[in-house]
Design a protein around this ligand. Structure first.
Ligand code: UDP
Ligand code: MG
Length: 347
C-alpha cells in the first residue's frame, strides 16, 4: 500500500470502491467488512474505498470518520448538505485519484462479492461493466412496473443507449472515468451519462438484494422527477411531439372549419353551436398548456444550467494520502480543463 512514489500518471493497477451514503448508519457497519474482505482477495490491485456522506443527519459521518482512522486505504468526503445520489456519486468520482472505480450502494443492495467478476471483465478489456438486475427482491410490483415502462420509454426516445434494469452498480475503467468527469451538466442522469461515454460495455447479471435495513430514499414522487430528468436530459422528442400535436390539431381545425362553413351555406345556421364551441376552446386550451409545459421543462433546465453553480460543495475531506485526486474542485471543472482549485486535506 505504498503510494508515496505516485508520479501523477494514471495507474491502471488501482481500484477504488465508491459508496454514496445518505443516512446509512445502520448499513455501513455491515457493508464495510464485506467490501474489505473482497478487496483483500484482489492481490494484484491496489485497492481503496471512498465514501461520500451526502449530508446525512444520523451517525453516518461519525462512523465513516472511524473507518478512515482505522484503515489507511479508506477515504471519506462529507458534502455541505444533501445533494441527492447523482451528485454524491459525481463528487466521489471527481475525487478518485486514479485507476478504475466500482460504484456501490451503501444499503447492501449491490453485493460487493461481485467485484472480482467486474474486475475480470475489466481485465478482459471492457471499460464499462454494469450490473443488470435479473431479480429485484424487496421491491413492490408498482416500482417494478414503473421502472419497466420507464426503460421502455427512454429506450425509444433517447439516441444514447441506456440499458434496461441497470443501476449505478458498475465498474468504470480509468479512461471511462476520465471521460465521465468531463460531463458537467447540472441535472445528472447518471445511467444516461454512463451510456453516453460509450467504449466497450458488458452486462453482468446479478440478483439485487433487499436493503439491509432502513427504507429507500426514493419515493414515488422523487422517482417521477428522476424519470423526467432522464427523459429531458437525453431526448428532445417531447418538444417535437408538441410540434406534431399542434400540426395535427391545426389540420383537424381546418377540416372542421370547412365543414362548418359548408354546412352553414347549404343548410343555414339556425342555432349557434355552443357545445361544439366550448369543446373546441377547452381542447385547444389544454393542448396549448401541455405544449407550454413541455417547453417549460426544458427551459427550466436551461436556466439551471446557465447559472453555472458548482455541482456540490465539500464540507470535509478525510483520508489517507493516495485516496484522493489531490486536485479536486467543488465543481470538478478542474478535471476537464486541468485548472485545479480547492486543495485536498490529505493525510
Ligand atoms: N443516497 C444518497 N443521497 C440521497 C439518497 C440516496 O447518497 O439523497 C444513496 C443511499 O444512501 C444509497 C443509494 O443512494 O446508498 C441508493 O439509495 P436507496 O437505497 O434509497 O435507493 P433505491 O435502492 O431504492 O433505488
Ligand atoms: Mg437501495
Amino acid at each position: 500500500m505504498n503510494t508515496s512514489s505516485y508520479d501523477g500518471s494514471m495507474n491502471a493497477e488501482c481500484l477504488t470502491v465508491v459508496v454514496a451514503a445518505y443516512n446509512e448508519a445502520t448499513n455501513i457497519p455491515l457493508l464495510h467488512p464485506r467490501i474489505i474482505a473482497v478487496l483483500d482477495t484482489l492481490q494484484d490491485l491496489e485497492t481503496r474505498v471512498l465514501y461520500v456522506d451526502d449530508g446525512s443527519s444520523d451517525a453516518t459521518w461519525e462512523l465513516l470518520s472511524g473507518l478512515v482512522a482505522a484503515a489507511p486505504r479508506v477515504g471519506a468526503i462529507r458534502l455541505s448538505r444533501n445533494f441527492g445520489k447523482e451528485i454524491a456519486i459525481t463528487a466521489a468520482l471527481d475525487n478518485v485519484r486514479d485507476g478504475a472505480v466500482v460504484l456501490l450502494d451503501a444499503d447492501g443492495q449491490d453485493p460487493p462479492e461481485l467485484i472480482p467478476q467486474f474486475v475480470a471483465q475489466w481485465r478482459a478489456g471492457y471499460d464499462n461493466v454494469f450490473g443488470t438486475r435479473v431479480l429485484r427482491e424487496g421491491e413492490g410490483w408498482f416500482k417494478r412496473a414503473a421502472a419497466a415502462s420507464f426503460y421502455r420509454v427512454i429506450g425509444r426516445l433517447s439516441h444514447t443507449p441506456i440499458p434496461a434494469d441497470t443501476g449505478d452498480f458498475r465498474l468504470l475503467s480509468p479512461r471511462a472515468l476520465l471521460a465521465l468527469r468531463q460531463l458537467r451538466e447540472r441535472h445528472r442522469f447518471m445511467k444516461g451519462l454512463f451510456g453516453w461515454v460509450g467504449f466497450r460495455q458488458v452486462a453482468l447479471p446479478y440478483r439485487r438484494a433487499p436493503r439491509l435495513s432502513g427504507r429507500s430514499k426514493f419515493t414515488v414522487w422523487r422517482l417521477w422527477n428522476f424519470a423526467l430528468d432522464g427523459i429531458t436530459s437525453f431526448s428532445t422528442a417531447p418538444l417535437r411531439a408538441a410540434t406534431y400535436l399542434g400540426l395535427a390539431t391545426a389540420l383537424f381545425a381546418f377540416v372542421f372549419g370547412l365543414w362548418v362553413v359548408i354546412k352553414a351555406a347549404l343548410m343555414g345556421d339556425p342555432v349557434a353551436g355552443w357545445p361544439t364551441m366550448m369543446a373546441v376552446i377547452l381542447f385547444l386550451g389544454g393542448v396549448q398548456l401541455i405544449a407550454l409545459g413541455m417547453i417549460g421543462e426544458y427551459l427550466g433546465r436551461l436556466y439551471d444550467e446557465s447559472k453555472q453553480r458548482p455541482l456540490y460543495l465539500v464540507d470535509t475531506h478525510l483520508g489517507a494520502a493516495g485516496v484522493f485526486s489531490g486536485h479536486q474542485s467543488s465543481d470538478g471543472a478542474g478535471h476537464a480543463n486541468g485548472t485545479a482549485t480547492i486543495g485536498a486535506q490529505e493525510g
